[in-house]
Design a protein around this ligand. Structure first.
Ligand code: CP3
Length: 371
């Protein structure tokens, strides 16, 4: 079955013998003020692409994640269509959980029919070895690396966000059961977060050892917590995961959504890059997180507007990103109704914008956003 998904298409940027290993994405991730901003997009592989929907109808989500040839194929779909500067592995933040003994379904977001809330449930979770956790992901990474010369980003969920799904039992707008659980059972929460940190470390190290050239830690729901809650249950575990990757020599990206109240804490994380959502101007992000490369932050909803609106918003964001390293991305994932042609146009606009290095951004102060 999976053999029918042949990885035979030429992918732009295919590695040629003797080609120097330069990448505008990796340069920017390490802090360089690059002459053009690199661009990749969260959920660049996904439902807005008809070729993705075709495979999804045929195989279903879990089978796509667990079959290396299919996961590699889906990773490459957007890279074939658009001259993006990085690929992100197609899989999910929930992928390591079945090896811990948790049943996860997708509808379309994650569903955990037996939420993990009791001491018995937390203590019953296994911590699989690095090789056991998801060997099919390592195989997918190797397949993508054979086919594609632009850098491949591996990823995992941060402990606090994985715990949110496990305890809540699925997605939620405010994770209120989870928030109650954290304050009601802090000791148990630390036990759970500790196990999840161990699993994420092993899972990310495995991806880098298989060939991933950068990693992103998704703390998608960190923003629902109070500063103190994040300081207790979020930051220490995200820091432990990121720190455990320090010797691997790949740039580390940390993403939190709706989390500008947490930026002073996020600024202390051992990550080179912080991926910011669309709510906060880049000037303010830079001010509150000095020394971090900023990735972001076009509102994904903008991509549903007319072409001239998208062009203007992209250029405005590129101007805001001047004066330091900037990786162009969305503030969160591509929405399923986004026209693929709009993505093509966006990538062209970003690549056509020459950044005068050493330039000063159109500052948030100039825009009257901060005094
Ligand atoms: O292109 C990429 O970004 C790589 C693939 C990727 C997926 N999920 C594929 C996916 C990545 C990096 C993720 C991470 C992920 N998964 C996160 C962190 C990013 C974020 O969105 O904050 C989270 C919270 C999850 C959990 C998850 N998985 C949700 C909330 C959903 C539903 C999403 C939706 O759009 O409704 C999923 C399913 C999922 N993961 C899909 C894809 C392409 C959609 C599956 C489908 O086709 O129905």
């Amino acid at each position: 079955m999976s053999g029918s998904i042949a990885l035979t298409h030429a992918v732009h940027g295919r590695r040629r013998a003797g080609q120097p290993p330069t990448s505008v994405f990796l340069s920017a991730a390490w802090g360089a003020d690059t002459p053009t901003a690199p661009i990749w997009l969260m959920r660049q592989a996904g439902r807005y692409l008809p070729e993705y929907r075709k495979l999804k109808d045929r195989y279903g989500f879990w089978r796509m994640c667990r079959t290396p040839e299919i996961a590699a194929e889906i990773t490459l779909q957007p890279v074939r269509r658009f001259p993006l500067d990085a690929a992100i592995l197609f899989n999910d933040i929930m992928t390591p959980l079945p090896a811990m003994g948790v049943d996860v379904d997708f509808d379309p977001g994650p569903v955990i029919r037996q939420p993990v809330r009791t001491a018995e449930a937390v203590r019953g979770l296994r911590v699989p070895t690095d090789d056991e956790v998801a060997p099919f992901v390592a195989d997918a990474v190797r397949l993508v690396r054979q086919e594609c010369a632009i850098p491949l980003i591996g990823f995992a969920g941060a402990p606090l966000t994985l715990a949110a799904y496990l305890v809540q039992g699925g997605g939620s707008t405010d994770y209120r059961e989870f928030r109650t659980w954290l304050v009601r059972s802090p000791g148990l929460a630390h036990e759970l977060l500790d196990k999840l940190a161990d699993v994420s470390i092993g899972y990310l190290r495995m991806q880098v050892e298989a060939g991933a050239q950068a990693i992103q830690l998704f703390d998608s729901w960190a923003g629902v917590h109070h500063e103190r809650g994040y300081a207790t249950f979020g930051l220490p575990y995200a820091a432990r995961v990121l720190d455990a990757l320090a010797d691997l020599g790949v740039p580390r990206i940390y993403l939190a959504v709706g989390a500008s109240h947490l930026y002073p804490q996020i600024a202390t994380l051992p990550a080179e890059v912080v991926s910011v959502d669309w709510r906060c101007g880049l000037g303010r992000c830079r001010l509150t997180m000095p020394g971090k490369v900023i990735q972001g932050n076009l509102d994904p909803a903008v991509l549903l507007a007319d072409d001239h609106v998208v062009d203007a918003a992209a250029v405005q964001l590129l101007r805001e990103g001047l004066g330091g390293a900037h990786i162009f991305n969305l503030g969160h994932g591509v929405l399923p109704t986004t026209p693929p042609d709009t993505i093509a146009r966006l990538v062209e606009t970003v690549h056509g914008f020459i950044r005068p290095t050493g330039a000063v951004a159109t500052s948030a102060a100039e825009d009257g956003l901060i005094s």
